[in-house]
Write a protein of this length. Structure first.
Length: 398
């Protein structure tokens, strides 16, 4: 296409549409270099036309000329500073180019222009924080985000809580989670929505092959093992039950203190991965409700029972406590983690149907511990998938 000439007799709209259509046709054919050449010609005649600039950003991205795409996107932001999507695109392009400083400045500028109380502000706070996460400067976006928290935006509050936790501000992370991410559980209503157990089994069967590729999932096991050995010591030889053991991410970190290591999980595919790991002496397919039924010969046998990042699938923990009490020796230890709920509720809900997820309060956990013959050792706040959670240690009374 030759340069588009425009004179007083030529309808401006028609010439513009011709240029845009030519670019789109080239894109549709995968002729990205041709599309780029046409785009540059059209830009000469329409340097400030939003539709041309928006299409140009797409074209320059297609030919991997991200610098030119950023330059064009910056022009869009300058010409139309109140347009949210222009700001978002500029941030995304700078992140793609690993231009950290420019991406941070783009976030700051967007927040200055759009306002810290804009419904879209959490998106910019989140990206700004992630860009600064390993720097002391991450306090700046986190503090602004906390001051301008949108109580209605549950997803952004989950992100705020997890980033506060990652930054080591655990109590603030917990407060955000308790106040803005947990709903009251209506047992009568929610249990009707609860999916059948095989749905959960199928979900984890599907995840088994990739589960160990997730650094967050892997971290749960090491954290639980550190929690156990930090309280009990490393020089032990214990009989341990690893409940909901999954692929064995906790068991492999506990093997060195285990005289015998038993595990169970609802998912056969996850168990197959645990078998390949080769650290368990016994592995069984079972759910939390079947602990006694599947382990009848192990009553009053275990020194330690663990459950790492799994009880959020269980609303009421009465059965877990009662069965653990039967399986543990006197003075045995129960270690588990839960998503946190505020003390004005026993059980909260953090994810709606179809895959319901639950949170549990300290008050509720302590009540069950006392009811089933346990003494509290510690309830510690630590990162938990990835928001803060309660990591609990109890000892069975003698």
């Amino acid at each position: 296409m030759s340069s588009i000439a425009v004179d007083s007799k030529t309808p401006l709209k028609g010439v513009l549409e011709e240029g845009l259509n030519s670019i789109k046709q080239a894109l549709a054919l995968g002729a990205y270099d041709v599309a780029a050449n046409i785009t540059k010609l059209v830009l000469k005649d329409y340097p400030n036309e939003p539709t041309v600039l928006e299409l140009a950003v797409n074209v320059f991205s297609k030919i991997s000329d991200i610098d030119l795409a950023i330059e064009t996107q910056q022009k869009l932001v300058t010409l139309h500073p109140s347009t949210l999507e222009h700001h978002k695109k500029l941030v995304e392009l700078n992140i793609k180019m690993e231009a950290k400083s420019d991406a941070i400045n783009a976030c700051k500028y967007a927040l200055d222009i759009l306002g810290h109380d804009n419904p879209a502000a959490p998106w910019f706070f989140q990206n700004w924080t992630r860009l600064e996460i390993n720097s002391p400067n991450c306090a700046d976006p986190l503090n602004l985000w906390l001051k301008n928290i949108n109580v209605e935006d549950e997803a952004s509050n989950h992100n705020l809580s997890s980033l506060l936790a990652y930054a080591g501000r655990m109590e603030e992370a917990l407060a955000v989670y308790l106040n803005h991410c947990v709903k009251a559980w209506d047992e009568a209503t929610e249990l009707k929505k609860r999916p059948p157990e095989n749905t959960l089994e199928d979900t984890y069967d599907t995840m088994a092959d990739i589960y160990n590729q997730n650094a967050l999932d892997i971290s749960f096991g090491a954290r639980m093992a550190d929690f156990v050995t930090g309280l009990l010591g490393e020089d032990k030889k214990l009989i341990i039950l690893d409940t909901a053991c999954g692929t064995g991410i906790t068991g492999k970190h506990l093997k060195h203190i285990a005289d015998k290591l038993v595990g169970f999980d609802l998912s056969q595919k996850m168990l197959e991965k645990a078998i390949e790991l080769g650290v368990y002496d016994v592995l069984l397919k079972a759910s939390f409700n079947e602990m006694i039924a599947k382990l009848p010969l192990y009553k009053k046998t275990f020194d330690v029972i663990t459950s790492s990042c799994a009880l959020y699938h269980v609303p009421r923990l009465d059965s877990f406590f009662s069965q653990s009490a039967e399986l543990l020796q006197n003075n045995g230890y129960l270690f588990f983690s839960v998503d946190p709920a505020p003390d004005h509720m026993d059980v909260g809900i953090t994810q709606e149907a179809p895959m319901l997820e639950y949170a549990h309060s300290k008050k509720y956990i302590r009540k069950l511990g006392s009811e089933f013959g346990f003494s509290e050792i510690e309830i510690r706040v630590m990162a938990h998938r990835p928001n803060p959670g309660f990591w609990c240690a109890f000892q069975k009374d003698s």
